[in-house]
Design a protein around this ligand. Structure first.
Ligand SMILES: *Cc1c(COP(=O)(O)O)cnc(C)c1O
Length: 337
């Protein structure tokens, strides 16, 4: 079996998940008739501590819908310079929402300084876009954003009259890593987007949660963006299975990431930069990147070595796989000192 460390999106549905999908009762969700979608949305809303939730095909569409629900044309959102919804979603907020992004640089721990946020907020003056929203991300590059910071940043945003959105694509990892319930990690945010197609192992699916009114707006925008799906209960059932069965096991992925970081740290040639939740970042010398990639590929291990290589553990990576990866990297650098 191939060991793929590029991302936790590479997971395949387990036989039990396929079984749950196979057995799902379905209906036309655009009419609100899909019992599996309705049950899943309700379960996620409850878990995250919001009155309502909405099922999406992707996290990108869920985030974009959140931006467009909070902001009108000519409004502005503030997000980190490396935030997924600013940097990795093809500029959708600007292109499709006519919403101006205002990126702010990150601190080394992934947070945004309140002073930097404050400076980015435009005064009420017709020269400026209207600053409407602060969007944060947790986990950020695998890192758990401290709850104390989240409380300060969201209170500050509220004081400034901004709405708040959390890109919680991997918020379940943060919940398992901290032992804090998901609802606690969502406190202070008007909306949250959660992914089930990452470490939770569903093939497709994200959820946006918020107030009833917010989700009613989001439903219209999701339709506009082409995300009104029909018998999507097949997909929701896979996500619901993940919610019920794959959350606690994220702790294993975190252990495996730690094992990997510790194993690689002992190898001359590899510099371990960080290890947080299910992500390890390592530096590989430039002259070794291609060689290592090809060597690993020849042993059925997929990774993309670079100056900042991201290695991600997930449902389809076992402790034995981690040992194997460490052994192979060790052999490569012994043979290519
Ligand atoms: C994966 C991811 C998303 C959503 O990505 P999709 O591939 O569109 O589901 C959003 N934010 C973060 C931080 C992510 O990692």
């Amino acid at each position: 079996m191939t060991i793929d460390l590029r991302s936790d999106t590479v997971t395949r549905p387990t036989p039990a998940m396929r079984e749950a999908m196979n057995k799902a009762s379905v209906g036309d969700d655009v009419f609100g008739d899909d019992p599996s979608v309705n049950a899943f949305e309700e379960a996620v809303a409850q878990r995250a501590g919001y009155p309502a939730a909405l099922f999406f095909p992707t996290g990108t569409q869920s985030n974009l819908t959140a931006l467009m629900s909070h902001c009108q044309r000519g409004d502005e959102f503030i997000a980190g310079q490396h935030a997924h919804l600013y940097k990795y979603e093809a500029g959708g907020g600007a292109v499709l929402g006519s919403i101006q992004p205002q990126p702010v640089r990150h601190q080394p721990d992934g947070t945004l300084l309140l002073d930097d946020i404050s400076e980015a907020i435009k005064p009420d003056d017709f020269h400026f876009a209207r600053t409407r929203l602060l969007a944060l991300e947790n986990t950020f590059h695998g890192r758990v954003i401290p709850q104390e910071y989240i409380q300060k940043a969201t209170s500050f945003a509220k004081e400034q009259g901004l709405a708040t959105h959390l890109d919680g694509a991997r918020l379940f990892n943060a919940s398992v890593a901290t032992g804090l319930p998901l609802s606690e990690l969502c406190q202070g945010f008007d909306s949250v987007s959660l992914c089930f197609s990452k470490g939770l192992g569903a093939p497709v699916g994200s959820v946006l949660a918020g107030s009833e009114e917010f989700i009613a707006t989001a439903r219209r925008i999701r339709k506009m963006l082409g995300g009104g799906m029909r018998q999507s209960g097949i997909l929701a059932a896979g996500c619901h299975h993940a919610l019920d069965n794959h959350v606690e096991r994220l702790a294993k992925d975190h252990q495996h990431a730690l094992m990997l970081a510790e194993g690689l740290a002992g190898i001359t040639g590899v510099e371990v930069l960080s290890c947080d939740t299910n992500m390890v970042f390592v530096r590989i010398p430039e002259q070794d990147c291609e060689g290592l990639r090809d060597y690993m590929a020849s042993h059925d291990v997929v990774m993309m070595p670079s100056a900042q290589t991201r290695l991600v553990t997930h449902l389809d990576v076992s402790a034995d796989d981690i040992e194997r990866v460490i052994g192979l990297v060790h052999t490569y650098f012994s043979d290519n000192p």
